[in-house]
Write a protein that binds this ligand. Structure first.
Ligand code: AHR
Length: 502
C-alpha cells in the first residue's frame, strides 16, 4: 500500500493555464488540413476556413494558448507574405519541412481568427534568424496598435479594424541552431536589441516577451543569455519575461527514435525514463536563472516538448507525422505533473505539436479526425488550469527491466481547482502492476469522489477506423472515509480524481 499525503493548507503556487499550452507550425499537415481547410471548403465543415470538428474538440479540451508560426519555420517566416488578398500572396517552398509549396493562405489574420474561435491566448514567434528589427517591430505594430499608423492602417485595409491581443511574443526560435546558429552572447545582444522594438502599445495589455532558451542540457546557453539579457524587471520594463527550453523525448536517441506504435517493454521504460529527465532539466536551468532572478520574475517556458518517434511508414519524412499510444498518454501525464510541481518557474509549456505532427492531440485524415490518448490526458488535467498547487507526496518504488532505466512506479500532482475541489492526477508507469494507494488529505472531510482514467494495454491507440479504442473511462474504484481515500491505480494508466470536501 503506497501512501499519498496531501496538505491543502500548504498552497505551493499558482498553476497557469498556459502550462497546458500547444504549438502549431507550418509543418506537414498541422496548419493546412489539420486546422485550416480554406474558406468555402465544401467537403470539410468549417467556419472561416477553420475546421469545425477540430475547433470543437480543442475547445472541449480547454486549449489555453497556441504558439505559431514555428519552430524552425518562424525564423524563415516573413509575415507580410501572409497578409492581403490570398491570390496575391507569395508562394514559396517550405525548405525546412518536406519541400512543399507554402502558399501563405494561412497568415496573421487567419491565426488570430483561429485563436478567436478557440477562445485561447496568442503566442507569436518572431523572426530573428533571417528577419530584421524593422520587420519584427512592424509586425507587432500591425497586430496591436489601435491608433493611426502605417501598419495599423494596413491592417484595417486588410479588413481588420480592431487591434488584436498578442499575449506572448517569442524573439526568435532555436537561435543556437535552425534560427541562425548563434552563440549565446551574440543572441543575447540581438535579443536586447530586437525586444526593444517589441513595443507595448497598450498599458493594459503588456506583451510577455520570451527569449530563446536552451536545447536540453545546454546550460551554457542559459547562463550566456541570462547574463547578457537579464535586467531586474523592476527597473522600468525588464528585457525579458520568459526564457524558453526545448526538450523532446526520443527513446533511443536522435538516431534511433523508434516506432510510435511498435515498441517493447524495455523501450517503454526507456521512454518514461527519458521523460522524467524533464525534472532535472527544469531544476538545473532554474538554478542558473536563480543566480540572476532571485525573485522568480522570469518564467521558464517549455515551449517545445513531447515524444519524437520515427514517422509513420509511407509518410513524408519531412512531415513528422506519428501515431500516439498509451505510452504517449504516460509521457503527457508525467510531464504535466512535473510542470505543475514547478509552477513557480514554469509559467507556460507548449506540447509539440497540436495536430498531425509529433505528439499531437488530434490526427486527421481528410474529413476524418481522431482524438489521441494525449488529448484525453489534457482533457482530464484541465481542472489544474488556474488552480493552486497543493503540497503533496506519494511513496514510490522503482519499476523497470534494466538497471539504467528504472523509473518510479508513480508520479502525482494535486491542486485546489477554481471549482473549489481537490484534483489529484496520478500516473502508473508500470507495464503490468497495479498499485494500492491510501491517501490522506489533512484536516479534511471528504464528501464525494469522482474518478476518470485513461489506460489500457501499452500499445493501444486510436485509428480512423477505431477512433474510440482509447478514451476517458469512468473510474469508480475510490472509497473514502473522513479525510482518507483508498483506490487501486491500474498498470500503465493516467488517473484523475476529483475530491469534493465538506
Ligand atoms: O517541432 C519540430 C521542430 O523541432 C521545431 O520546428 C524546432 O523548433 C524543433 O527543433
Amino acid at each position: 500500500m503506497a501512501k499519498l499525503y496531501i496538505n491543502p493548507a500548504n498552497k505551493k503556487g499558482h498553476i497557469n493555464p498556459e502550462i497546458q499550452g500547444h504549438f502549431s507550425e507550418h509543418l506537414g499537415r498541422c496548419i493546412y488540413e489539420g486546422l485550416y481547410v480554406g474558406e468555402g471548403n465544401k467537403e470539410i465543415p468549417n467556419t472561416n476556413g477553420m475546421r469545425t470538428d477540430v475547433v470543437e474538440a480543442l475547445k472541449e479540451m480547454q486549449i489555453p494558448v497556441l504558439r505559431w508560426p514555428g519552430g524552425c519555420f518562424a525564423d524563415e517566416y516573413h509575415w507580410k507574405d501572409g497578409i492581403g488578398p490570398k491570390e496575391k500572396r507569395k508562394k514559396m517552398i517550405n525548405t525546412h519541412w518536406g519541400g512543399v509549396v507554402e502558399d501563405n493562405s494561412f497568415g496573421t489574420h487567419e491565426f488570430m481568427e483561429l485563436c478567436r474561435q478557440l477562445g485561447c491566448k496568442t503566442y507569436i514567434n518572431g523572426n530573428v534568424g533571417s528577419g530584421t528589427v524593422q520587420e519584427m517591430s512592424e509586425w507587432v505594430e500591425y497586430m496591436t496598435f489601435e491608433g493611426v499608423s502605417p501598419m495599423a492602417d494596413l491592417r484595417k485595409e486588410n479588413g481588420h479594424e480592431d487591434a488584436w491581443n498578442v499575449d506572448f511574443f517569442g524573439v526568435g526560435n532555436e537561435n543556437w541552431g535552425c534560427g541562425g546558429n548563434m552563440t549565446p552572447e551574440y543572441y543575447g545582444n540581438l535579443y536586447r536589441r530586437y525586444q526593444t522594438y517589441v513595443r507595448n502599445y497598450r498599458n493594459d495589455r503588456q506583451i510577455f516577451k520570451i527569449a530563446c532558451g536552451a536545447n536540453v542540457d545546454d546550460y551554457n546557453w542559459t547562463e550566456g543569455v541570462m547574463s547578457t539579457c537579464f535586467k531586474a524587471p523592476d527597473f522600468l520594463h525588464g528585457f525579458m519575461d520568459g526564457i524558453s527550453l526545448h526538450y523532446y523525448t526520443h527513446p533511443g536517441g536522435w538516431e534511433h527514435k523508434g516506432s510510435a506504435t511498435e515498441f517493447d517493454e524495455k523501450m517503454w521504460y526507456q521512454t518514461l525514463k527519458k521523460t522524467l529527465y524533464m525534472e532535472d532539466l527544469i531544476n538545473h536551468h532554474t538554478a542558473i536563472m536563480d543566480k540572476y532572478d532571485k525573485a522568480h520574475k522570469v518564467g521558464l517556458i517549455v515551449d517545445e516538448w513531447g515524444t519524437w518517434f520515427d514517422v509513420e511508414p509511407g509518410t513524408n519524412p519531412g512531415f513528422l507525422y506519428q501515431q500516439n499510444t498509451i505510452r504517449d498518454a504516460l509521457v503527457a501525464g508525467i510531464n504535466l505533473n512535473i510542470f505543475n510541481k514547478h509552477c513557480n518557474r514554469v509559467r507556460m509549456a507548449n506540447i509539440a505539436q497540436l495536430v498531425n505532427v509529433l505528439q499531437s492531440v488530434i490526427l486527421t485524415d481528410g474529413p476524418r479526425m481522431v482524438k489521441t490518448p494525449t488529448y484525453h490526458v489534457f482533457k482530464m488535467y484541465k481542472y489544474h488550469q488556474d488552480a493552486e498547487l497543493l503540497d503533496s507526496f506519494v511513496e514510490s518504488k522503482e519499476v523497470g527491466l534494466e538497471k539504467e532505466n528504472m523509473v518510479p512506479n508513480l508520479t502525482e500532482s494535486v491542486s485546489l481547482g477554481k471549482d473549489g475541489k481537490i484534483h489529484i492526477t496520478m500516473t502508473n508507469l508500470s507495464v503490468d502492476e497495479a498499485f494500492d494507494i491510501e491517501g490522506e488529505i489533512a484536516d479534511t472531510i471528504i464528501a464525494s469522489v469522482r474518478g476518470e482514467i485513461v489506460g489500457g494495454e501499452i500499445h493501444s491507440h486510436n485509428t480512423f477506423d477505431d477512433p474510440e479504442k482509447v478514451k476517458i473511462e469512468d473510474f469508480k474504484g475510490a472509497s473514502f472515509d473522513g479525510g482518507k481515500i483508498k483506490f487501486t491505480i491500474p498498470a500503465s494508466s493516467v488517473l484523475h480524481l476529483e475530491v469534493t470536501t465538506k
